[in-house]
Design a protein around this ligand. Structure first.
Ligand code: CA
Length: 274
């Protein structure tokens, strides 16, 4: 009953043409997040999708719980991956808008399933029921927020923004900062390096060397200092080891390893990065 009343107000034009929504149209190329809308009622699903894409979100839709779960599963690895992955960024989901009553798998069960997989993607639950019990159950199974039908599109957009902002802040606070210098990015917690956008593999010693260099750009390191810091005081061997590793690093980092731009020799002293 509530849903059908909502539908009629929903189809009125004011829902789609509120001034606040019209004045904020970002560039089409600047997608501000990827949202999955799970709703079995076509009109509601399409209206939410249209509103969010006008707001600058990239929108995926699903009309039942099973296909929604498939979409979420196919992106789960990408949700765990950091935001700075470049290409994979485009394939991950940032938010799920989830109706409670759905064919095959209902919203509560879907929410439970997603959380059981360890996926912390923000979920905004929608429901025609407005009782406190539903709200509490929704939040208990892992929804982040709850919106009761009928609702206005402006409120939906505001809730989406708030959820995304909160999630991004949380992720930023729990992720180790990446180290970046020009086209080289080091992800210390994942022991990964990208050079000019491409993933490049490094041995543990090479990685530690690069991490040290990139954390202290412009600083000159002697071969002895590098040996002590990377190989440890008990290392038996000579400083040629350092030179060999520097050469390997240059091959991975430099466009022209014989004419290095990043890892520079400082004659008589050692090496400098940047
Ligand atoms: Ca429904």
């Amino acid at each position: 009953m509530v849903e059908s009343g909502w539908k009629s107000s929903f189809s009125s034009p004011f829902m789609l043409s509120t001034p606040a929504l019209e004045t904020k149209k970002p560039q089409p190329s600047m997608k501000i997040g990827r949202v999955l809308v799970v709703e079995d009622e076509d009109l509601i699903r399409e209206t939410i999708a249209l509103t969010l894409s006008e707001e600058g979100y990239e929108v995926l839709t699903a009309a039942d719980g099973r296909s929604a779960f498939d979409i979420i599963q196919s992106t789960i690895g990408k949700n765990i991956a950091p935001r700075s992955l470049g290409l994979e960024e485009a394939a991950k989901l940032d938010l799920v808008i989830l109706d409670l009553m759905l064919p095959y798998i209902n919203g509560l069960d879907l929410c439970r399933l997603v959380r059981r997989e360890g996926n912390s993607i923000p979920i905004l639950m929608l429901s025609a029921k407005g009782t406190e019990t539903d709200r509490v159950v929704g939040l208990e199974v892992g929804a982040d927020d709850y919106l009761t039908k009928p609702f206005g599109m402006r409120e939906l957009v505001a809730r989406c923004r708030a959820l995304l902002r909160r999630h991004q802040q949380f992720q930023a606070s729990t992720q180790a900062p990446t180290l970046k210098f020009h086209e080289i990015t080091v992800f210390p917690q994942e022991c990964r390096v990208t050079v000019r956008g491409e993933e490049v593999s490094f041995s543990p010693k090479e990685f530690k060397l690069l991490e040290l260099f990139i954390s202290h750009t412009k600083r000159v390191w002697s071969r002895e200092q590098l040996l002590e810091r990377i190989w440890g005081p008990d290392f038996i061997g000579d400083s040629k080891t350092v030179d060999v590793h520097i050469r390997w690093l240059r091959e991975k980092l430099e466009l022209d390893p014989s004419n290095p731009e990043y890892l520079v020799t400082v004659r008589g002293f050692g090496y400098r990065f940047g």
